[in-house]
Design a protein around this ligand. Structure first.
Ligand code: SF4
Length: 383
């Protein structure tokens, strides 16, 4: 196992569920925040012995809304990680935050404890769009939180923006990008809405209470991002991610480069030594299992070579570097070009990928229809 490893800490709490969300995050569990933080510290303490050879170069607190926890709770978890692992000096320490759940004081204490990257779930700078998505904040609160984070010393501020939301227009999307650019954000993630089964949004669409932009509009919104952001100094380093030079998310790059990471918390996933572990998603079960010294991993999956090669291929293709043949053969002792010759020919013919000396990457068309490309690499039995 590569000893440079990332750590992910999952905080599965939100003030209220957004209408489109099916992530493992829960509203109304404020009474268990302290127990959950204690369980996290205990899980870290317990598992760190087995993982003591790892050197940690990225730590990511994600959710949910990690900033719903008190500064004291967040810092106690970070301190446990720092005490239990060998954390490198230049470690990237990120936290996700939602505007309206963080103030100047919390920002300052996070920054002075070592957090050096903050990612705000802004989604839109239009109040009507935010309301129709069930977000808890206003556009003004988003602007204020970003400015306060910058004033607290966060040089690396990221925002998530969405397109295709109910009632959203191309003008709204353009305004959101312009606002992020004006605020001198260093990193912008852009996601298209996916309507998930069982969400309030799906019900609202079904009953006609909500209406989505049509396909042409949605495509135009996607294309706005691919044009406006690079024109303003944000290079697209992954299908959904744009950054100013040097501000790429080092932690998320680990996922796309198929590098090891350790996850702590309910629903958190770990990936190392060709194995994937996923903790139970149930918060109360997680707390009880850790308290009783039981293993909270609900799923343990050995990753076979064929699956690992396919996962590596479609994750690497998400990035602008794409697949480097030498890196692939170092890792799997298999020649990518011959193993996937048929897929490469077909995708080249469809102009979804292009070749560069020593590798392949997605074309702009491939970026748009990434799922078609990724499906081509799945092992046949999984198709
Ligand atoms: S803030 Fe994020 S995790 Fe929480 S409900 Fe909204 S989309 Fe889901």
């Amino acid at each position: 196992m590569t000893d440079l490893t990332g750590i992910y800490v999952h905080i599965p709490f939100c003030r209220q569920k957004c209408f489109y969300c099916d992530f493992p995050s829960y509203a109304g569990l404020d009474s268990v925040f302290d127990d959950y933080a204690a369980a996290l510290r205990r899980e870290i303490d317990r598992r760190s012995g087995l993982l003591s050879s790892c050197r940690i170069d990225t730590i990511y607190f994600g959710g949910g809304t990690p900033t719903l926890l008190s500064s004291h709770a967040i810092l106690s978890i970070l301190e446990t990680l720092q005490r239990r692992f060998t954390v490198l000096k230049d470690v990237e320490i990120s936290i996700e935050a939602n505007p309206g759940t963080i103030d100047k004081e919390k920002l300052r204490s996070l920054r002075s404890a070592g957090f050096n990257r903050i990612s705000f779930g802004v989604q839109s700078f239009s109040d009507s769009v935010l309301q129709s998505a069930g977000r808890i904040h206003t556009a003004q609160q988003a602007v204020q939180s970003i400015r306060e984070a910058q004033a607290a010393g966060f040089a690396n501020v990221s925002v998530d923006l969405m397109y295709g939301l109910p009632g959203q227009t191309q003008k709204d999307v353009l305004f959101s990008f312009q606002q992020a650019i004006r605020l001198q954000i260093s990193h912008i993630s852009v996601y298209g809405l996916k309507v998930e089964e069982g969400t309030p949004l799906e019900a609202a669409l079904h009953s006609g209470r909500a209406v989505l932009p049509d396909e042409d509009d949605e495509l135009a919104m996607y294309e706005l991002a691919t044009r406006i952001l690079p024109e303003n100094g944000y290079f697209r380093y992954e299908i959904s991610n744009y950054a100013r030079l040097g501000s790429q998310s080092r932690h998320n790059l680990k996922y796309w480069r198929y590098l090891p990471y350790i996850g702590f918390g309910a629903a958190a996933c770990s990936f190392f030594d060709n194995e994937r572990l996923t903790n139970t998603p149930d918060v109360m079960d997680y707390i009880a299992m850790v308290r009783e010294n039981r293993d909270p991993a609900a799923v343990r999956e050995r990753i076979e070579a064929g699956t690992a090669m396919a996962e590596y291929a479609f994750l690497a293709l998400r990035t602008v570097q794409g697949i480097c043949f030498a890196d692939f053969s170092d890792r799997f002792q298999v020649q990518f070009e011959s193993h996937y010759a048929e897929q490469i020919d077909r995708l080249l013919h469809q102009q979804l990928i292009c070749q560069y000396p020593g590798g392949i990457r997605l074309t702009p068309l491939g970026m748009k229809f990434g799922n078609l490309v990724f499906a081509a690499f799945l092992p046949k039995k999984d198709k």
